[in-house]
Design a protein around this ligand. Structure first.
Ligand code: NAD
Length: 502
């Protein structure tokens, strides 16, 4: 097996060489190169271990459909070994001073930034998202989560005054494919800062950056077993969340699977946080700075191909500016560059998988059938790979599936409202409650609306802004618990011996 991260000579565009080793030169002029090994094992107890199932599965580049590598399929025995490795590491890790835990996290954050380019390229290849986004959002934000939580590791007493924060134990974490590295960082950093050990399962279609993160842990000298990464499918995830050795389960993914996990955890007396789906409303009032709002709406729905839980997928625009706004939006959509995700000028990359593309097509067909008016940018899509053009629907009714269900793709449903009261009513008329956006010039209106929106995050005159210090999470079918900030850390500690409520 080729060593992960091994440096090699440049050859230009990605190609398969040396009998199955992927060699990639991120830019012809660059001297930084990395390889993708033909096969990845499980990271358990600080070592790479072959799965006891003896099985592997392929992960592909969604922009070309070419296989990138194969990864181990962990079964029940592998899950058990990973949880046991974490249990073994827990006594020493939890007794380490916060200052020392913080040092490890700082080291991880710094190494991640040093290897930023490699992580950005790998994420783009494995996920299909544009390099511009992995370079400017995913990787820096992932590092920020380690930096941020490193800073708290020795200050937990200050964070929960009058109480004694104690780690929970071994945390089982399951993450989705839309922000593979970032979701891993969101989950691992606070857990470790609080003194817990982790077993994490990345999504089956985008496991490579989480596996490469294990190299960073090794480079940082993180004690063996503190973080274990096991790859596999839904069955692996189900085996992990059912394992009796866990003190908490943290899940990010679909509402459907979240409900299944809630049932699996019920009655076991362990902690659970769920970050699930969304159908966010993006409100535009007639007094808004229209051109800026257009940019915000474009960012809200077409960022990451719309594979974003908090995507502003329902645009509610005030009736008086609807026609003007839609016109400007369509003009702006025509300038979105769709294509090769590795090209730094690309705005929208590939749809992550054939299954996700089928889901998007099904919902768009339902929208057309239901009588909504479909507008798609006239862009030329590559022949190979999974692609979908930036799309918007007008003449949408609240009863349409495209107005109610999470498309998780570059598809915007446009609705209208007349009064702020009607806007709030329509915005909240959803089973989800993850995020919302408001575009208006009036500060008092923002406050009035923010109080009434049933959403975990409400952005004002901006959209899709994330920060490690800011809690993120949902209501209703979008889940419960928060990640990021003080609230995110609270979910990883038990508060003992205090007079104040937790
Ligand atoms: P998914 O629920 O299909 O899978 C998520 C993860 O769960 C994967 O690792 C999968 O292997 C695993 N899994 C599948 N079945 C399981 C089971 N029975 N038990 C345990 N684990 C199981 O979701 P996805 O398609 O990977 O991701 C898209 C979804 O994630 C969207 O609905 C999106 O809104 C949501 N999401 C939410 C947030 C948030 O913060 N709220 C962030 C990103 C994505």
């Amino acid at each position: 097996m080729a060593k992960n991260g091994e440096k090699q000579q440049a050859t230009g565009t990605p190609e398969l060489v040396f009998g199955g080793v992927w060699k990639y030169d991120p830019a012809p002029e660059s001297t930084e190169h990395f390889t993708i090994a033909p096969r990845y094992e499980l990271f358990v107890g600080g070592e790479w271990k072959a799965p006891k199932t003896g099985k592997y599965f392929a992960t592909i580049d969604p922009a070309t459909e070419k296989p990138l590598s194969e990864v181990a399929l962990a079964g029940d025995k592998d899950v058990d070994a990973a949880v046991k490795a974490a249990q073994k590491a827990f006594p020493a890790w939890s007794k380490l001073s916060g200052e020392d835990r913080g040092r490890y996290l700082f080291r991880i954050a710094r190494i991640l930034l040093e290897r930023a380019r490699e992580f950005a390229c790998l994420e783009t290849l494995d996920n299909g998202k544009p390099i511009k986004e992995t370079r400017d959002v995913d990787v820096p934000l992932a590092a920020q989560h380690f930096f941020y939580h490193a800073g708290w590791a020795d200050k937990l007493d200050l964070l929960f005054p009058g109480q004694t924060p104690e780690p929970l134990g071994v945390i089982g974490q399951v993450i989705p494919w839309n922000f593979p590295l970032l979701m891993a960082a969101w989950k691992i950093a606070p857990a470790l800062a609080a003194g817990n050990c982790v077993v994490l399962k990345p999504a089956e279609t985008s496991p490579l950056t989480a596996l490469r993160l294990c190299e960073v842990f090794q480079q940082a000298g993180l004690p063996a077993g503190v973080v274990n990464i096991i790859t596999g499918d839904g069955k692996t995830g189900a085996a992990l969340v059912r394992h009796p050795g866990l003190a908490k389960v943290a899940f990010t993914g679909s509402t459907e699977v979240g409900k299944e996990i809630q049932r699996a955890v019920a009655g076991r007396g362990i902690e659970l946080t769920l970050e699930l789906g969304g159908k966010a409303a993006h409100l535009v009032f007639e007094d808004a700075a229209i051109d800026q709002a257009v940019e915000g709406v474009v960012r809200g729905i077409f960022f990451n191909q719309g594979h974003v839980c908090c995507a502003g997928s329902r645009l509610l625009v005030q009736e008086s500016v609807h026609d003007l706004f839609v016109q400007k939006l369509q003009r702006r959509m025509a300038r979105i560059r769709v294509g090769n995700p590795m090209d730094k000028n690309t705005d929208m990359g590939a749809i992550h998988s054939a299954a996700q593309l089928a889901r998007i097509r099904e919902l768009v067909a339902a929208g057309v059938e239901g009588g909504a008016n479909l507008h798609q940018s006239a862009c030329e899509l590559p022949k190979k790979g999974f692609w979908f053009p930036p799309s918007l629907f007008t003449e949408v009714a609240m009863s349409h599936r495209i107005a109610r269900e999470e498309v998780f793709g570059p598809v915007l449903a446009v609705l209208t409202f007349r009064t702020p009261e009607e806007a709030v009513e329509k915005a909240n008329n959803t089973s989800y409650g993850l995020s919302a956006g408001i575009w208006t010039d009036k500060g008092a209106r923002i406050l009035w609306l923010a109080e009434r929106m049933k959403a975990g995050v409400v952005w004002n005159n901006t959209y899709n802004r994330f920060d490690a210090a800011s809690p993120f999470g949902g209501y209703k079918e979008s889940g419960f618990g928060r990640e990021g900030g003080r609230q995110g850390l609270r979910a990883y500690v038990r508060l003992a011996g205090g007079l104040l409520p937790g």
